[in-house]
Design a protein around this ligand. Structure first.
Ligand code: AMP
Length: 200
């Protein structure tokens, strides 16, 4: 199977080729088609499985077919390292498009993050704590979010971010598409997923 079977935008297919990806990984094969149809998904996927491209490619495909000028995708992650890693992956996969993202995390000056909100970057990749600070300060609003990713949800739960995550998610429109990734599937994770996903 090749990536061309997904009917992706040529700019995305080119970027996939630039990265040297020849065949989709199992999580990409399983997740990309329902995501392109607009469905929610609940995925058990570990780091190294190719999960990042599994959610970035369908989101990029959707963003490319819609009007620009609004922040339409939010990716929640447990750590700054993961946020930076996803931002890099995004830069690679979006390199032949004008789609832009910003990583938002704690321990650094908020100024460039505020600028990214004002510029209405297409995607925000954020850790819950710093994002909630911005939300409290009314520096960011989520009324235009159409795509919400929870990446490494089990780690966010283990790190005590559960209330922050619930608070952030409650500020996004219910009409969103939600993509839920976790390495493990405990009862707590299933409960959280059940509250956030529609017919995954
Ligand atoms: P991830 O699980 O998303 O952190 O990805 C792990 C690594 O696999 C990253 O270095 C990706 O660039 C790489 N990767 C993702 N998808 C593919 C693919 N279809 N073929 C080869 N490598 C891939």
């Amino acid at each position: 199977m090749s990536f061309s079977t997904f009917n992706l935008n040529p700019a995305l297919l080119r970027a996939v080729g630039d990265k040297g990806f020849e065949h989709p990984t199992p999580i990409q094969r399983l997740a990309i088609p329902p995501l392109l149809e607009g469905r929610d998904i609940l995925a058990a996927a570990v780091t190294g499985s190719g999960k990042t491209a599994a959610f970035l490619l369908p989101i990029l495909q959707a963003l490319l077919s819609e009007p620009r000028g609004k922040t339409r995708a939010l990716i929640l992650v447990p750590t700054r390292e993961l946020a930076m890693q996803i931002a890099d992956h995004l830069k690679d996969l979006a390199r032949h498009t004008s789609i832009r993202g910003a990583a938002v995390y704690g321990g650094v000056s908020p100024a460039p993050q505020l600028q990214a909100f004002r510029r209405k970057v297409d995607l925000i990749i954020a850790t819950p704590g710093r994002l909630l600070d911005h939300l409290r300060n009314q520096a960011v609003r989520f009324q235009d979010i159409r795509y919400l990713v929870l990446d490494e949800a089990d780690r966010m739960l283990d790190m005590g971010f559960i209330d922050d995550v619930r608070r952030i998610v409650s500020k996004t429109p219910v009409s969103r598409q939600t993509l839920f990734f976790s390495a493990t599937m405990s009862a707590d994770i299933r409960r959280l997923a059940a509250d956030m996903l529609k017919n995954p």
